[in-house]
Write a protein that binds this ligand. Sequence first.
Ligand code: IPT
Length: 946
Amino acid sequence: MRRLLPVLLALTLTCGTLAAPGHARTAARQVTYDRYSLMLDGERIVLQAAEFHYFRLPSPALWRDVLEKLRAGGFNAVSVYFSWAFHSPRPGAYDFTGVRDVDRLLRLAEETGLYVIARPGPYINAETTGGGLPAWVKTVPGRARSSEPGYREAYREWLDHINPILARHQVTRGGRVILYNAENEYQVNTDAAYMQDLQDRARAAGIDVPITTNDCCDAGSWSSTWATGPGAVQIPGVDDYPQSFACATPGVWGPWGEGLTERLREDVPVFAAEYQAGAIDSGNAGYDRCRELTGPAYMKFFYKNNLIQTGATVLSYYMGYGGTNWGWLAQPNDVYTSYDYGAAVTEARQLTPKYDEFKRQGSFLQAVAPLAETDPLAARPAADNPALTTAARANPDTGTQFVLVRHADRAAATTDDATLDWAAPDGRYRVPVRVQGRDAHVLVAGYDLGGQRLAVSTSEIMTHAAIGGRDVAVLYGTADSPGATVLRYAAEPRVTVLAGRVRSAYAGGDLRLDYTHEGLARVLVTGGGRRPLLLLLGTDEEAAAFWRAGTDAVPVLVRGTKLVRAASVSGDAVRLTADTAAGEVEVFAPPQARRLRAGGEEVAVSRTASGSLLGVTRAPAPVRLPALTGWRRHAENPEARPGFDDSRWTAADRTTTVSPHKPRTLPVLYADDYGFHHGDVWYRGHFTATGQETSVDLNAVTGLRGGYLVWLNGRYLGSAAGGVEADSGDQATPPNPDPGPGHFAVPAGVLRPGTDNVLAVLVENMGHNDDWIADDLRFKQPRGLVAAEVGGAPIAWRIQGAAGTDPVRGGLNNGGLYGERAGWHLPSHPDRAWPAADPAATPLAPGVTWYRTSFRLDLPARQDVPVGLRFGGTPSPDHRVLIFVNGWNLGQYGGDIGPQTEFVLPAGVLRERGANTIALAVTAERPLPGGPGPLELFAYGNVRTG
Ligand code: IPT
């Protein structure tokens, strides 16, 4: 059944009383929308969302940290992919506990006050294994992402689990889920019955918020051209990545266009479903370059340009926090362990200059309500310098104008000045502007700023709040640029410049302030028929020091500290839940407040001329991390020895497969077909040799950067690269038909004619391809051996991968290395008998060798010290290392997998006060003089935290 824009969505029960925003469940509210914006109980909102993947942060306590950081950074929503593969290790098995407890995630969103755009797929792409489809789906008949039987039963199983959880957290039931996104960039090879069924299942499960979908690449789909057919969604959105993923050349400027989010329909708001806020590091440039590529200059130009040119009011930035492809979460063709993404909040949860820019822009969007309803304004102010151009929108009810000022040539690198001739709602004004290269400003005119009337300003508004009977406003502009702000008064007000240099003049009801943006100027305006106004006029940098906290009823503005998560006022005390280091803290709160607690400590404060409280916070206690010593090691791969007992392994004897890729030789040796989906897999093939065999011929498919190692009767024959997906995006190119090469000459004297000979093969599975173009072929590309011949002898195969599913860490944590099956990665494993060995110096034989050590941490309580593990030197292609910390597979180093030498060890997995174990599983493809090199712990940061 097709659903047509139910303007009135299902009525639900009101639960509880209306709590202050940002504090747990609120009353049930209806979600409606029109061409301008979403509305909650009829009240317009601009949604500013950051993408966050809980499955890339295996520590629910840190989910809260990230969500609070996003909230404080000016976001009022998160967009969350829910990964089916992360929850379901095999058909019928679903886990929503521990690091998979998405109910907890949604409660945290409620407590943090963030709306949620829920994106449960079933397909999510996201550079994660299988694009979110569990690997077992490769073994069911029916094309993935279609309505064909097999796949249909599979995805319904997932939806039957995830939908009820999402349903009970909808805003219509007092939760925070505000939109439900079906599928992902489902553009080609589509099946309308499937797209419709996803929505019907959601409705049947009680999803009554608007259903959305994200289109890619400017294509019309479920949203526009097919808007009336089956599968059409209520609110279509578009994904835009104007900066491309060329992190190696961060100076590029919009190679993929101007990034204007298309209006796909006239009856719904413009929805930027994924707007680029970072990049995949496909070229291994390192994420710092990706952060540069998508840095503040890009954000200022592209985001503001988009805002004013398109009027988009539902904005979701991909990613707000990227996280880690721990375990076997990565899709191997595009990413490595880190999914930092060059995001505003780093993988180690540190705030960056991009965060500051999000905070400036997001705070503006949330403070200035008329922005939620705007139409293009033809009569826009003219600039008297042709290098600059303007665009404008206005709110049809309030008349408030929003004017974009930018370079006409968006790539221009010059700094240009102009005077704007501005026909604003309150009069005609001539005001100065300056635009640096690759920058843009959104200026406001005709705005009721609290109890004030802002006629026009060439400073940008960051935020404002009514605090203690006066308005406090933070405006900002580029350092050294001219600024002019005009406010309306019935009579001449009293102007006191408390700090900085600001000229003021009053005429005809206009109070005009002229200044240069430098440092932080402070102007107090009283009288004139209005309540007092404290105007804080800063540079970009000064503005970034401000935090808007507290509640709508009792807002608190804070300058300084590292992060303000929350603020409250009771009696004469202001309490900040804040991250602090040595530095100033200034609080703008109601006048009765005279004491300050920040980060759990009393801070001595004095009253400033601005009426604020000023104090100094202490430095955090310094932290010393222990050296990693006492390493022990143990070689493994007994599987390579001829006498190894494989009788309990699974016989690999199938002659058919549902995979669209047929094997070159029988039996079928695809690991997935035998239930082994992640990490390394062992094969042992028994055959009776004639003695005439000259070569072993194998082919394996591993995904990009994988390989396999081969032994015959215990003799190492060598290794080869595994086959990979040829091209993930080009529909015209079929997936690579050539699995990895594998011709190995049989050395003299190795064969034992007439008796049992054993071929042992260790194949890495680097993760599963995604299904971006929904052709099924790439996704269903096998993993493991796809061909095997030794002369013409029949081979009896057995296969062994991971031994079951770790009940806590889940099915993506482990593969089938001997040490993994025997628990060598677990903290409890007794390693006392292992000989001491320095990972940097001891030579390695081909095969797998483990190193282990333990260390104690005693990090100070109430301090946040994110810890990393650093490998010295550059990663070698010759060995690849699985890194286990307390049993959790936190990544892969070396093996040409990526440029990474530093790995984040998230608190929670890492015991901050207690014993920890590191285990490294090192696979060498040839004899090596040394191991993976010296290792050390290091800290990414150190703050006191609330
Ligand atoms: C878009 C996907 O929807 C998202 O899942 C992720 O893969 C992102 O790209 C890149 O990180 S697809 C768009 C780039 C065409």
